[in-house]
Design a protein around this ligand. Structure first.
Ligand code: URP
Ligand code: ZN
Ligand code: ZN
Length: 447
């Protein structure tokens, strides 16, 4: 049998195993895994001696092409604005992605209003492969849903097998605190963090879990930032409930201290939930190690400092919420997790690829290295050091949240369905080669 590409002699790492092997690719799929696979007719041989061969990372939380622009990757959020059908959100985001995406992509649908036919539309979208829905317990008047609407949406996913992803913060209480801060003249970026207490997050996480339990539905908490909220997840999982949560590199590497940066620099760290006191970081790493947290995503939502973040110079509530991160997730988590000795490479793969694929209906096509799976593969150099900087990153945004952070472990080569998209410093991807992924439901894979 002839192969298109053979990755030779790497240390293949999945969520469960680590072994030395060759991985062969035919027509964008993994066709064979073995030792000394025959090289005849293989048009490309990639030597991975001394390197790890990982399944491609899956970032299940990005906001690309928001009204202010963005960059690449996987499960993004199609936003339904109030009064709109869900179909409109899906169609809008499909057309944003068409002819542009370099990697395969899918969508969660953000649901901000269930007063029309949106609950039955959730079923329609599930049939089209959009099998998860983000709801907000924050941002009253914009995205926030009341508890009754949240409960109805959860009852809907309990029946259709999908998954609700929850932005869990008590938006009503936060709004009161924000108005009081503004009235006291507190307008600097750090008040974004100081007006969103950890208790507001933990209360909402607890309430979301209770609503999901009553509805008989699984629930996935997005961008969990603090120990108080983590405790709620741990308690629920100890009771055997299908409760899951992700955290993001910013909550593992950055803290409230970053918001004290001089001048208006703290605006670079304005996202929601906000940064927390430093001691939360180790609790979150520990949660990742012990499976109290199951996924690391980025919540990549870039706004340039110039002109965009700057809109809130005189009022922190006008600073657009979000930060860039999609490029460095794998390195930051490998570095802080594996290179620092907190957990092993199998757990790393589970957190950044396999569990995201399982929870969001992409496994085993994505998220593992197995015969028949898509050849989305990363040749990863576990010893390569890199200092993160906006001067060298590839994201189209004028600052890095992780400026100056040194990581150990970097991808050398990236293949998307067998095609080279990154080779060293060269980007070889083509706009339009990414495909829309119709996902299975949570229940079909986990159920
Ligand atoms: O501040 C953030 N996280 N912006 C993105 C939207 C969201 O809530 O995930
Ligand atoms: Zn959110
Ligand atoms: Zn987000």
């Amino acid at each position: 049998m002839g192969f298109d590409t053979i990755i030779r002699n790497g240390s293949v790492v999945t969520a469960t195993d680590t072994y030395t092997a060759d991985v062969a690719i035919v027509n964008g799929k993994i066709a064979a895994i073995g030792t000394e696979l025959p090289a005849q007719n293989a048009s490309k041989i990639l030597d991975a001696t001394g390197k790890l061969v990982l399944p491609g990372g899956i970032d299940v939380h990005t906001h690309l092409d928001m009204p202010f622009g963005g960059t690449t990757t996987l499960i993004d959020f199609a936003i339904q604005y109030k009064g709109q059908p869900l179909r409109q959100a899906f169609d809008t985001w499909m057309s944003k992605a068409a002819n542009k995406a370099v990697c395969d992509y899918a969508f969660h649908c953000i649901v901000t209003d269930v007063s029309g036919g949106q609950l039955s539309e959730m079923n329609d979208l599930v049939h089209e492969g959009v099998t998860s829905f983000k709801l907000f317990m924050a941002y009253p008047g914009v995205f926030m849903l009341d508890d009754g609407s949240i409960f109805k949406a959860l009852q809907t996913t309990a029946k259709n097998g999908g998954m609700v992803c929850m932005h869990a913060e008590n938006g009503s209480a936060i709004d009161v605190i924000v108005q009081q801060a503004l009235a006291e003249g507190k307008r600097a970026p750090k008040y974004h963090a100081l007006t969103r207490p950890t208790t507001a997050e933990a209360e909402a996480v607890g309430r979301a879990i209770a609503l999901a339990e009553m509805a008989g539905a699984p629930i996935y908490i997005v961008h969990l930032s603090c120990n108080d909220a983590l405790e709620k997840i741990r308690e629920a999982r100890d009771r055997g409930l299908p409760v899951y949560a992700e955290t993001c590199p910013q909550y593992l590497y950055l803290s409230l201290e970053n918001m004290d940066a001089p001048g208006f620099e703290g605006a670079k760290y304005v996202f929601t939930p906000p940064l927390r006191e430093k001691w939360h970081q180790e609790k979150l790493w520990n949660g990742l190690k012990h499976d109290h947290l199951q996924v690391v995503s980025t919540d990549h939502c870039p706004f340039c400092f110039k002109e965009q973040k700057e809109m809130g110079r005189d009022d922190f509530t006008k600073i657009p919420n979000g930060g860039p991160g999609v490029e460095h997730r794998m390195s930051l988590i490998y570095s802080g997790g594996v290179a620092s000795g907190r957990f092993n490479a199998n757990r790393f793969v589970e957190l950044v690829s396999t569990t995201p694929a399982k929870l969001f209906g992409l496994h085993p096509r994505k998220g593992t290295i197995a015969v028949g799976s898509d050849a989305d593969l990363v040749i990863f150099d576990p010893g390569r050091k890199h200092t993160i900087s906006a001067a060298t990153h590839h994201m189209r945004v004028d600052y890095s949240m992780f400026e100056g952070v040194q990581v150990t472990g970097m991808p050398d080569v990236v293949l998307s369905r067998g095609r080279l998209v990154v080779d060293g410093d060269k980007f070889l991807g083509r706009a339009g080669q990414g495909e829309f992924l119709r996902r299975a439901t949570y229940a079909q894979i986990n159920g």
